[in-house]
Design a protein around this ligand. Structure first.
Ligand code: ATR
Length: 282
């Protein structure tokens, strides 16, 4: 048996505040795996060298974060269909033959989090309202379409960015004005905030939920704080809510499983562990 430990990590710039080493570290310890998960600071110009040296440095794979999620695609041999449609990769796996394959687990993490938080939620039963049109929105929209959501109402402060996303994706995405965000909640089955509004240090999302059916599911991708003002307001009026911390934890599962050979779970213990880190960094 080789005594080499299995190596993985996250590349980004800056990388100091990434929570990924803490959450993968939790799973490594829990499953008593001889492996490492490192935070690797890689500037734009150094990405190519990093990717070319991945196999010789003994890496099983990587997570990729800002600003490399798009640029990394040109260094991969295989890209999953969903990642190609999202236009970004956040997980790289080194295959047995040294070939690098990339996928995007942000969208699937969003879906798995909804499944765990609201078992039995039927994605096909009604429209989804998605606020925002950045990279996270793109992943969420593609993943929702793959789950069979019949209509997506896309709303962004900068309408043109929503138009561009809708043009790229096509049916069933429809764009509405930012000012109409409260009205378009009518008869929706799901509301997803993918903007940064509600995050610590940012303004809250200003949104009346009056038109939203009380049986609609409400989700936020903001995870600091885990209970945003949107989720609080939705809970108070009786909507089921799913927070962004769960998405962060779920998006990490496929990478860990591929690199270390164990399917990890998103548990209360993991949530508490990562929450304590978020609290400490406030
Ligand atoms: P990410 O890639 O994580 O989605 P992003 O590309 O910076 O991050 O997107 C941030 C989202 O939050 C965008 O949809 C942005 O709207 P704009 O496209 O109009 O910039 C949205 N956002 C940020 N601050 C906002 C604000 N004060 N009001 C409304 N939307 C805001």
């Amino acid at each position: 048996m080789s005594d080499q430990i299995t190596r993985a990590g996250v590349v980004g710039w800056p990388i100091d505040h990434s929570l990924s080493p803490r959450l993968h570290g939790y799973w490594l310890k829990k499953h008593r795996i001889r492996g490492s998960y490192e935070a690797i600071a890689v500037e734009g110009s150094a990405l190519q060298k990093m990717m070319e040296g991945l196999v010789s440095q003994g890496f099983s794979g990587l997570n990729v974060t800002v600003p490399h999620k798009v640029a990394v695609m040109q260094h991969l041999d295989i890209i999953s269909d969903q990642a190609r449609r999202i236009g970004a990769v956040n997980t790289v796996v080194v295959g047995k033959n040294g070939r690098l394959s990339g996928s995007n687990t942000d969208g699937s993490g969003f879906i798995e989090n909804l499944r765990q938080g609201c078992p039995g939620f039927d994605f096909t039963k009604g429209a989804a309202v998605v606020l925002g049109a950045g990279g996270a929105a793109r992943a969420v929209v593609v993943a929702l379409i793959d789950e069979g959501v019949p209509a997506i109402r896309l709303i962004n402060r900068t309408r043109q960015k929503a138009e561009d996303l809708a043009d790229y994706i096509g049916d069933p995405v429809q764009v509405f004005d930012w000012d109409s965000r409260s009205g378009v909640l009518e008869d929706a089955a799901l509301l997803a905030n993918t903007t940064s509004l509600g995050m610590s240090g940012k303004p809250d999302l200003d949104l009346s939920l009056d038109a939203l059916p009380v049986n609609a599911l409400v989700s936020d991708i903001v995870y600091a704080p885990p209970e945003t003002s949107l989720l609080k307001a939705a809970s108070v009026r009786g909507n089921k809510v799913v927070d962004g911390l769960g998405m962060l934890l779920h998006q990490a599962r496929p990478g860990f499983s591929a690199w270390f050979g164990v399917k990890p779970r998103v548990t209360d213990g993991l949530r508490d562990h990562v929450l304590a880190v978020i609290e400490a960094e406030k």
